[in-house]
Design a protein around this ligand. Sequence first.
Ligand SMILES: NC(=O)c1ccc[n+]([C@@H]2O[C@H](COP(=O)([O-])OP(=O)(O)OC[C@H]3O[C@@H](n4cnc5c(N)ncnc54)[C@H](OP(=O)(O)O)[C@@H]3O)[C@@H](O)[C@H]2O)c1
Length: 213
Amino acid sequence: MHIVITGANRGIGAKLAADYTAAGHTVTGTARNTPGLATLDVTNKASHEAFAASITTPVDLLVCNAGVYPDKHEQLEGGYPPEMWAEAYATNVTGVFLTVQALLPRLEQAKTPKIAIISSQMASHTRAPGGSYIYRSSKAAVLNLSRNFAADFAPKGIAVGAYHPGWVRTDMGGAEGDIEVDQSAAGLMAEFDALSLATTGCFRTWDGRDHAY
Ligand SMILES: NC(=O)c1ccc[n+]([C@@H]2O[C@H](COP(=O)([O-])OP(=O)(O)OC[C@H]3O[C@@H](n4cnc5c(N)ncnc54)[C@H](OP(=O)(O)O)[C@@H]3O)[C@@H](O)[C@H]2O)c1
């Protein structure tokens, strides 16, 4: 398979790229500025155009992984500045839309194309403990995007899933996370493997459960 993974320079994306490469797949890992990886700033339209032009073979699996969580320590009183909202939405929502839009022609050329969107349990309306308003709502927005992509792309034969990767010990998840990146990557890869047109529009966890919306 040819697999494109955004945000492949560290964290979950880097581990997915390493494990897929070790399994014999062709991986195009992207990063904002990392030697050896394809260059893509997911917030930048021109960057998407240049990246898409560099992809000349069909894409079997697109993993939209790049994301930011800037409001982890924000306080409601005086916090959550509008610039922080703009940055997070540009990355976590618009960034995913632009990535899918740019690579759609190459996905359409694959035999059984799939799009995996890394959302979060923090996207859930059912599980809404409060706080982290920017991150939670941006991940809810991209979950909504994945459902609407699933509807639009089913006639094209492209399956779309959204995923909670676990609370993972990365720069974003922090040292107190529940699982290591290798557990998350292994679970996600099994989930991406199981994704099909029969399950398109799903919201699944790294450890094989349906997540409440
Ligand atoms: N860790 C968790 O517990 C957890 C839980 C739920 C969901 N998630 C989601 O899982 C995904 C990966 O998280 P992680 O824990 O691996 O985070 P991470 O270690 O902080 O890595 C984030 C990745 O996203 C990239 N990125 C951020 N902004 C970008 C941009 N504008 N253009 C291109 N790449 C950009 C980063 O690149 P730079 O190095 O250039 O910043 C980095 O490669 C994210 O979508 C996150 O929201 C994580």
